[in-house]
Design a protein around this ligand. Structure first.
Ligand code: GDP
Ligand code: IMO
Ligand code: MG
Length: 425
């Protein structure tokens, strides 16, 4: 702090929600800066589970101001559902939340195109969340997107939707679909305006003002480094800037305002959807990770692919994000494995390398095997309470990744956390 970026160092679902919720206790503001309802960030507080898709994971602390930045793509209906869900939970947010006018609207034709492409025989299958993310960002970059601020001007919104819809119609027809009716799209989206418009504001200006006043901000990434549009395993990526640099463009602040980048990694690896995954397992260890770690998507319910921790990929994440500390989650899930393998580099057609191969599809992992442990870890609250084999594992990660571990998570609950360095947030 004062401004800490918290990012996923792997392929998403690293436990960003849990860590942001835990650290937000000592933050004044929590900001989401990229992605949309493809994200599913899970918090477990006092035994109750909340999954957030658009709202920053610090929302459960009543003192936090929650900002949704311009790098995001917003489904207004999902946002309202989420606000209603939180209200039922006893969390009222409207008065302490600001949504950037410059964020883009996800419209029904974005979702339709995403679904049609994923269902079609032709083309590369990414295994998307089918939430319209790719097509929405395509409209943004194509400079025909509709922004959330357009909800304030129905005539402007209608003209923009008309242009975008004309652009998509041939694609929808070629994919065997039927383009939605312009008026139906506009009516549906404008029905949300009454509740969305009062939330709109200038996120960049507000954030700058708060930081200048000495307030502490946490900028919460969505997805993960290896799903980043520029730095991930392209084309098997999402369509936004998931890396730490995305916090600047997506929240509207300069790099000099960022003080710290905390990278989140699981103690193993998961991936949802298609694309290279060098350490993927399809054996008893892989099933252990999926079953004990409950590795099923929080948005789509899809079983997540599981594999060993990839330290070469973690070193890559350190480089492209400028990570200067780690939170390692789901350590408890490794209990019960006889041997724990860790990828330290790759063998490629050109030889052996400690660096991430630019073409992961051709990379065979080089592993170091470490002894496992039987003890359950969820009750541990201090590093000294962890068995020796666990501490050796953590030391190996720190040394090989050349990064200090600041936080260890041993369970989904807010309190199931070991903080190794104070003054983190
Ligand atoms: P995010 O997208 O990065 O916020 O992660 P998700 O919420 O999609 O997935 C992480 C899952 O692991 C959620 O179900 C969390 O409740 C759970 N989780 C987080 N940290 C831990 C941990 O240390 N141990 C265990 N067993 N579960 C955890
Ligand atoms: P959080 O924030 C894990 C994956 C999808 C697919 C690819 C593109 O919860 O970590 P998209 O719908 O974005 O066009 O899909 O990216 N993906 C995620 N995987 N966690 C996420 O978010 C993800 N968001 C997208 O599975 O492979
Ligand atoms: Mg998730």
């Amino acid at each position: 702090m004062p401004a800490t970026v918290i990012i996923g160092a792997q392929w998403g679902d690293e436990g960003k929600g849990k860590i942001v919720d835990r650290l937000a206790e000592s933050a004044d503001l929590v900001v989401r800066y990229a992605g949309g309802p493809n994200a599913g960030h899970t918090l477990v507080v006092a035994g109750r589970k909340v999954v957030l898709r658009l709202i920053p994971s610090g929302a459960l602390h009543p003192h936090t101001l929650c900002l949704l930045g311009q790098g995001m793509v917003i489904s207004p209906e999902t946002l309202l559902e989420e606000l209603d869900g939180l209200a039922e939970y006893g969390v009222a947010l409207g008065h302490r939340m600001l949504l950037s006018r410059q964020a883009h609207l996800i419209l029904p034709y974005h979702v339709l195109v995403d679904e049609l492409r994923e269902g079609s025989e032709a083309g590369t299958k990414i295994g998307t969340t089918k939430r319209g993310i790719g097509p929405c960002y395509e409209d943004k970059v194509g400079r025909r997107g509709v922004r959330v601020g357009d909800l304030e001007k129905p005539a402007v919104l209608r003209a923009k939707v008309s242009e975008a819809l004309n652009n998509w119609r041939p694609t929808i027809q070629a994919l065997g679909g039927t383009a939605p009716d312009l008026e139906a799209v506009c009516d549906r989206i404008l029905r949300t305006a009454d509740r969305i418009v009062p939330l709109l504001g200038d996120v960049s200006a507000r954030l700058e003002t708060e930081l200048a006043a000495g307030k502490r901000a946490m900028l919460e990434g969505a997805q993960g480094t290896m799903l980043d549009i520029d730095n991930g395993t392209y084309p098997f990526v999402t369509s936004s800037s998931a890396v730490a640099g995305g916090a600047c463009t997506g929240a509207g602040i300069g790099p000099t305002r960022i003080d710290r980048v905390l990278g989140i990694t699981k103690a193993y690896t998961t991936r949802v959807g298609a694309g290279p995954f060098p350490t993927e397992l399809d054996d008893d260890a892989g099933h252990h990770l999926r079953n004990v770690g409950h590795e099923f998507g929080s948005v789509t319910g899809r079983p997540r692919r599981t594999g060993w921790l990839d330290l070469a990929a973690l070193r890559y994440a350190r480089r492209v994000n400028g990570i200067d500390g780690l939170a390692l989650t789901k350590l408890d899930v490794l209990s019960g494995l006889d041997v724990i393998k860790v990828c330290v580099g790759y063998r490629t057609p050109d030889g052996e390398s400690l660096e991430l191969s630019p073409d992961l599809a051709d990379a065979t992992p080089v592993y170091t095997s470490l002894p496992g442990w039987k003890e359950p870890l969820r009750a541990a609250r201090a590093i000294e309470e962890l068995p020796t084999a666990v501490r050796r594992y953590l030391e190996f990660v720190e040394t090989t990744a050349e990064l200090g571990i600041d936080i260890v998570s041993v369970g989904p609950g807010r309190d199931e956390t070991i903080e190794l360095r104070s003054g983190l947030a």
